[in-house]
Design a protein around this ligand. Structure first.
Ligand SMILES: NC(=O)c1ccc[n+]([C@@H]2O[C@H](COP(=O)([O-])OP(=O)(O)OC[C@H]3O[C@@H](n4cnc5c(N)ncnc54)[C@H](O)[C@@H]3O)[C@@H](O)[C@H]2O)c1
Length: 436
């Protein structure tokens, strides 16, 4: 099969490389020339484990190539996968301009009976709009389908090779069969549904996971004030098969490129239906306010952040990625600086260059310093925030950051440290909903 994947971001590159590894001829297409130049040399423009090896392997076999030319990628493609970004609009709706731009750009080169698949997260009804855009530019016959993506950054290659399920939303049997055949090597359950259900399944899955995070944070807040310990509560409720022991992450709230926008977009759908009071509005509100509330509490503990030196460990929104989109660090750091703290930060992969786009003004003003090496970090910080649970950060000997008899707080925002050990090192410990 010849496949074109449009958009070579986190989702697109992984998708293109995995399909190429099945032996298909795959084109990765993007309008970002710099990105394509890198990918042509098998350089991954972001941090994602296993991806570089897969790119090298598939490019060496000539199964995968990258281009900025729509004509080159589309003219021979049996299958065209749209994997461009779908950011939120200011009012919480979804901005489909990149998806529509793809539809218009690919239309003139479409091969007859090609299948155009939307992998980007889009609301139900989007295929009809895409159809109109394509039809306005070509008379060629084509099919449409929806193929939502469920991979997680940081384990994207593994998730794509070993998915829990593949959801195909198609309009006819031929398309179901073609997409079924494409995914057969994965040996995963295939759920065949109408396109609207496939699209809604993606939103529902993300909103449910975001809700679990919000729920356990609320319970953790009650624990902290009531003598209960959230980790003990989780171990107790997890035995209930209706609830399960997995995916309980008390912490700073959800972040990343998907959960925040997908929850907001569901809230927006409701609003369009005239129902402003809904679950998704509340989840979004609670999550948006969480970091400020945590900092208010921690500020009281440290006697205010003014002129305090704070060590921030972990900048990416989760381990094994350098993605800063909606990362807790992007809220913690500006707020701490607003409260006049001085920040020194470290992340295993997010270095000055990656951080510049997000933290540029703070780096330039000197209120934020990002150190490249753990060894360069100060031991005189008044407080340490463990913000991202990178394995190298949870296995650290934190005694290296102790400074004599100076009172120092360790805020374990991910509940990954042993409170007893932390106190033995001489820190004051505060986890999320923990008693220690
Ligand atoms: N990142 C994730 O973990 C993840 C997981 C599941 C689903 N999704 C969804 O997948 C979609 C893509 O997400 P992402 O994180 O890979 O996005 P991204 O922002 O990393 O990448 C999008 C790419 O599309 C390119 N692009 C934009 N307009 C284009 C055009 N007209 N023609 C060609 N290329 C164009 C951009 O240059 C960019 O490289 C989104 O809808 C997102 O919600 C993302």
């Amino acid at each position: 099969m010849t496949i074109a994947v449009i958009g070579t971001g986190f989702v697109g590159v992984v998708t293109a490389a995995v399909y190429a590894s099945f032996g298909h001829k795959v084109f990765g297409l993007d309008i970002d020339q710099k990105k394509i130049n890198k990918l042509k040399k098998s350089q991954v423009p972001f941090h994602e484990p296993q991806l570089e090896d897969l790119l090298k392997e598939t490019q060496k076999k000539n199964h995968l190539s990258f281009t900025t030319s729509y004509q080159e990628a589309i003219q021979s493609a049996d299958l065209i996968i749209v994997a461009v970004g779908t950011p939120s609009t200011i009012d919480g709706g979804v901005d489909l301009k990149y998806v529509f731009a793809c539809a218009e750009s690919l239309a003139p080169y479409l091969k007859s009976e090609a299948v155009v698949v939307v992998k980007s997260t889009v609301p139900p009804g989007t295929l009809d709009l895409v159809r109109d855009k394509i039809k306005s530019r070509t008379k060629t016959k084509f099919n449409l389908a929806s193929l939502p993506e469920f991979l997680r950054e940081g384990s994207a290659v593994n998730d794509t090779l070993h998915p829990d399920r593949i959801v195909i939303g198609a309009e006819n049997q031929t398309t179901f069969e073609l997409l079924g055949e494409l995914h057969a090597p994965l040996k995963a359950p295939i759920v065949r549904v109408r396109p609207e259900s496939a699209q809604m399944a993606k939103y529902a899955a993300n909103a449910y996971l975001a809700m679990r995070i919000t729920f356990i944070n609320q319970v953790a807040d009650i624990c902290e004030k009531s003598g209960a310990d959230i980790e003990e509560v989780i171990s107790a409720i997890g035995y209930d098969k209706r609830i399960g022991a997995h995916y309980w992450y008390p912490g700073p709230g959800y972040g990343g490129s998907c959960f925040p926008k997908d929850v907001k977009e569901l809230a927006h759908f409701f609003k369009q239906m005239g129902k402003t009071d809904n679950l998704f509005v509340k989840i979004n509100q609670l999550n948006s306010h969480r970091i400020n509330l945590l900092l208010t509490d921690y500020g009281r503990k440290v006697g205010g952040f003014k002129d305090k030196q704070i060590l921030v460990l972990g900048l990416s929104f989760k381990p094994n990625t350098d993605d800063l989109r909606e990362a807790p660090s992007t809220k913690f750091i500006p707020q701490l600086i607003k409260l006049r703290a001085q920040i020194i930060a470290f992340d295993p992969v997010v270095k000055q260059k990656t951080a510049q786009a997000v933290f540029g003004q703070y780096l330039e003003s000197g209120s934020l310093i990002i150190e490249d090496e753990l060894d360069d970090l100060t031991n005189s910080a008044d407080a340490i925030f463990l913000l991202t649970e990178w394995s190298e950060l949870i296995s650290l000997d934190y005694s290296r950051f102790r400074n004599g008899t100076k009172p120092q707080w360790l805020f374990d925002i991910r509940n990954r440290l042993n409170p007893v050990q932390v106190r033995k090192w001489g820190f004051k410990y505060q986890g999320i909903g923990r008693q220690g």
